[in-house]
Design a protein around this ligand. Structure first.
Ligand SMILES: [Zn+2]
Length: 79
C-alpha cells in the first residue's frame, strides 16, 4: 500500500505496542495491538485518524484500561 509520508508503495498494516501519557497526569497506559501503517522505505509509523481518536479517548479516560502490574525500567546510560 502507498505510504502517506513518502508516497512509495512500501507501506503495510501492522500492530504496535506503545505507552501513552494520561492527560494531565504523570501516568501512562500501555496500549497493546495498536493498528498502524508502517513503511519499509521511510520507516515511518503512522496512526490513522480513527486510531488517534481512540488513543485520545484512553488518555482522557484512563479508567477504560485494565489495571495490571507492569515492570518499568530506564535504559542505562551508554558511555
Ligand atoms: Zn514511507
Amino acid at each position: 500500500m502507498i505510504c502517506p509520508n513518502c508516497n512509495r508503495d512500501t507501506a503495510h498494516l501492522d500492530k504496535t505496542t506503545q505507552a501513552v501519557k494520561v492527560l494531565g497526569k504523570d501516568e501512562y497506559i500501555l496500549m497493546q495491538d495498536i493498528p498502524v501503517t508502517k513503511c519499509n522505505s521511510c520507516h515511518e509509523t503512522l496512526f490513522d485518524a480513527k486510531v488517534a481518536k481512540q488513543l485520545d479517548e484512553f488518555r482522557k479516560n484512563p479508567e477504560l484500561a485494565a489495571e495490571q502490574l507492569v515492570k518499568v525500567a530506564k535504559f542505562p546510560k551508554v558511555a
